[in-house]
Design a protein around this ligand. Sequence first.
Ligand SMILES: [Zn+2]
Length: 588
Amino acid sequence: MAPESSRDKTETSTVQTRSTPDRKKVSGWSWLIRIIAVCVLFRWLNNRFDYMPMVYGLNYLLPKACVYLIALFSLVALLLSRSAWIRWPALVWVLLTCGVQIGFYRSTGRGFSLEEAIGFLGATDAIGDCLRLYWKLALPALVALIVIGAGVIWALRRYLVEVGPWWSLTSLPALAGALALAWQTQGFASPFTTPYRVTALLSYVMATRYAGPREQPLLPAPPLESERVPHLILIIDESVLGCELSINGYPRPTTPFLEKHPGAFWNGGIASSGAIKTEPSNRMIYSGLRFDQLPDAADRMGKNPSLCSYAIQAGYACECLFAQSFRSLVAQDLHAFPPAKLAYTENLNPVEYQREFELISPLQAFLQAHETSFTYINKRGAHFPYAMHCPEDRRVFGKGTGADCSWSFDLLANVNDYDNCLRYVVDEYLSRLSVALEASGKDVLVLYTSDHGQTLPGSLGTNAIRATHGYATLPPITANVPLMAFGFGPKGRAFIGKLAQNDTLFNNCTHFQIFPTLLRAMGYPPEQVQKLYSPSLLDRLPRPQPRTYVGDLGGGKHCKFREFPPEQNGIATNLYDEVMHWKAPPAH
Ligand SMILES: [Zn+2]
């Protein structure tokens, strides 16, 4: 006991010494210097390694924290103001912005961030449709907000505190800070209380990203007698690695159905994606952007005539089936034509792996209801965490990372999870879809790819940033995607027959081939499509075709390009060899 109590005494005396006024001053300064040093270090790291993961660097965190506190205080000052001239307009502003936030959250399960702001401004024509679809989801939360909000404000003012009108001026620096950070981080950092966040993001997108209405199709409508496939389906899967499918040489049977039916589809082998993040990849495909139009400083992705506008002009009924809830991916394109012409179906089943499977029957119904149709399908696919996207009873490969789905550097467990997931979301999905489309008796062409590839957690490159895609520092496997086509009915089969005859395609394609191929399948004339867009799958490609992708978050002014090296085509045979120790050579 004795030594302990003597140590206690020593500690107490140290504390006392530290609390003398002189020491306090010195330690305050030294803390300031330390904070500045850390900020400088983070600023340097942030510039050096693209965006720092998750936090975007402390240089954003500090101003964010300050603005957040001022914003919170100023909201209280506005809503509890003694002056009704300040209180009531502030209440309307808060209700409108919170209403937008709650409406989005209740209908999509996501907060209001940059993508939602882009979608919101781009789809103003579709607001009526959105309200009709989602008002029941949003209404209870909105009513609760109004009743509780008004009640709390009344009670606080009545019994606790009223704030002098001058304090409401604190909202000006809060708003200025929110706007400055939105601009500084290109809309990524927006952590403020909802009214400021929604206002800052909408202002930022309106001023910088909103390109106005899309252009009308650049080609005249194809003649009705042109050679065309009546039903077209484009499937953009999520995070599916082309080289990890056994049809592309991967040693584990991740695609048993496809392997058993090699004649039922055309396999383009390994393709490179346009970008390594969902949104830019989808936007590039949807807008027919050519590679030589990157960096996309003029936002051609938002302005070009879209796949749907070409399809509608050619007489195809259009439908978007979404399993992602990333409505902003195409929502901003809704204004390209009256929304009534576009059927939009989103499945937000909380059991994520059920979403895309449940969208097969709406697809069947859509095909039956129309003579000609174009369907854009966005799958939930194999996004990290992988275990969430595969039901228990479909897990056939080894032990995974566990049920909590948190980040794990155990590469072997991640490979197991991911392989199980691919077998389910790719192979079983395509098998069920094929059965459904065959049974429809229609002429159908399906183009299938993924938005980007995947760097599995525990692979080289994921240690520092804990991300599976979306960062320029990740290896080119992040852009390694499958490309396949399925044909049903005589016209669908004839189309994939033509692809099979083109010997320049295998392991040589990119996302940029998709848009012109679909235009050709709609009957647009080859010469005109060729003139405006990249080569289609019906054209002969240079072999090898140089392949490059956008390696960071967007395709905008400062995008970074990365080579997609030819070694990616043969990577399947030795992928994960260090943990899988493949024994038998692959069967291909
Ligand atoms: Zn994605």
